[in-house]
Design a protein around this ligand. Structure first.
Ligand SMILES: *Cc1c(COP(=O)(O)O)cnc(C)c1O
Length: 353
């Protein structure tokens, strides 16, 4: 706290990201990063772009990357919006598409950045409780609203929604924007990109941080009707006219050009997730069904805080959310490389015995 802070800054409640420890020997299963490095083609593209051209500003539209994403999903480039990570895309859409006279709606247990942006921009919101299975039930979102946002699969619970349910909620809310945050969609849910041509109010947000292993580069994007994208561009160009740097543009483009690497990575994560889930069940954990690159699990005989601490003492970090109470005994465990997952299982076996 400093006397120089404006009242606005004093009242902010910033997001607290998962720890990025300096010690590299830890088994790091706390922030849902990809277990493998990015495609070698991405590294090569960054090397190729790292030359004297760095003195020049990047393309303000990052067309090269927009075109690659549009081609990948068979859309028009004018249906793609780019940002420095999807967090920045979210920032712009909260301001550009959500700042309405009615509260926006999102789940009570979900990505905690949504609340932070509401605070930053002074957006009114209401949270909608997850059902008894800790799943989102979109039927609960039928009330007047200034917009809807939810992840699919949800974070940190990992459970997916059907495209049918998403289509129904878009249909039922023709006057507000429905945002599907698909940070984890590639690990087992269906993307709502298939629906954007049908619903002018549907916006899909994705990131290269998770399924394309580029959390360190910061590329995210939104896909939707041209009207929504144009609104986002207006916000972006009122904030920063050169959002993506040259290296990010090159890396992002290359990431969409190595389908084989992408599919292999997905398969590894999905296979490891399914076997880890079975092993955790065997150890007595209750594991929510996951379509993401993490598991959300609790043990009936141990508190989440104790388990997280005991794992940490053994050099393994997972994410534990102290609140709300409904999830305080759960751990969110990122799927790691096979040997990391084995270490986790061994440590848990140790702790439980
Ligand atoms: C990781 C994550 C994001 C943000 O990812 P970026 O690294 O900013 O692209 C957005 N939404 C959810 C639900 C996430 O888990």
């Amino acid at each position: 706290m400093s006397k120089f802070w404006s009242p606005f800054v004093r009242d902010l409640e910033p997001y607290v990201p998962g720890e990025q420890p300096k010690m590299s020997r830890l088994v790091k299963l706390n922030t849902n990063e990809h277990p493998l490095g990015p495609s070698p083609r991405v590294i090569e593209a960054i090397r190729d772009a790292a030359d004297e051209r760095l003195r020049l500003y990047p393309d303000p539209d990052a067309s090269e990357l927009k075109d690659a994403i549009a081609a990948y999903y068979r859309l028009k480039p004018s249906q793609v919006f780019l940002g420095n990570g999807s967090d920045e895309v979210l920032a712009h859409l909260f301001l550009g598409l959500f700042k309405q006279d009615r509260p926006i709606l999102f789940p009570d247990i979900t990505y905690s950045f949504y609340k932070v942006y509401c605070g930053l921009y002074g957006i009114d919101y209401q949270t909608v409780p997850l059902n008894d299975d800790l799943a989102i039930d979109l039927a609960d979102y039928q009330r007047p609203n200034g917009g809807l946002i939810f992840p699919n699969p949800n974070a940190p619970t990992g459970q997916p929604l059907s495209l049918d349910a998403i289509a129904r909620v878009a249909e039922a809310n023709p006057d507000s924007v429905v945002v599907v945050d698909e940070a984890y969609v590639d690990f087992g849910a269906d993307t709502a990109i298939a629906l954007v041509d049908r619903y002018a109010n549907l916006l899909v947000v994705q990131t290269l941080s998770k399924s394309r292993a580029l959390a360190g580069i910061r590329v995210g994007f939104a896909i939707g009707h041209e009207g929504l994208i144009e609104g986002l561009e207006r916000v972006k160009n009122s904030f920063n006219s050169y959002p993506l740097d040259r290296l990010a543009i090159a890396a992002g483009r290359a990431a969409f050009e190595d389908e084989a690497w992408f599919q292999q990575g997905r398969k590894l994560v999905i296979d490891e997730r399914e076997s880890l889930s079975a092993v955790l069940n065997g150890l007595g954990f209750q594991v929510l069904p996951s379509a993401a690159n993490f598991l959300f699990a609790r043990h009936p005989d141990h508190s989440g805080a104790d388990l997280a601490l005991a794992l940490r003492e053994r050099g393994i970090i997972v994410r534990h959310f102290g609140k709300p109470e409904r999830i305080q005994d759960y751990l969110r465990i990122t799927i790691g490389r096979p040997e990391q997952n084995r270490e986790l299982v061994q440590a848990l076996g140790d702790i439980l015995s």
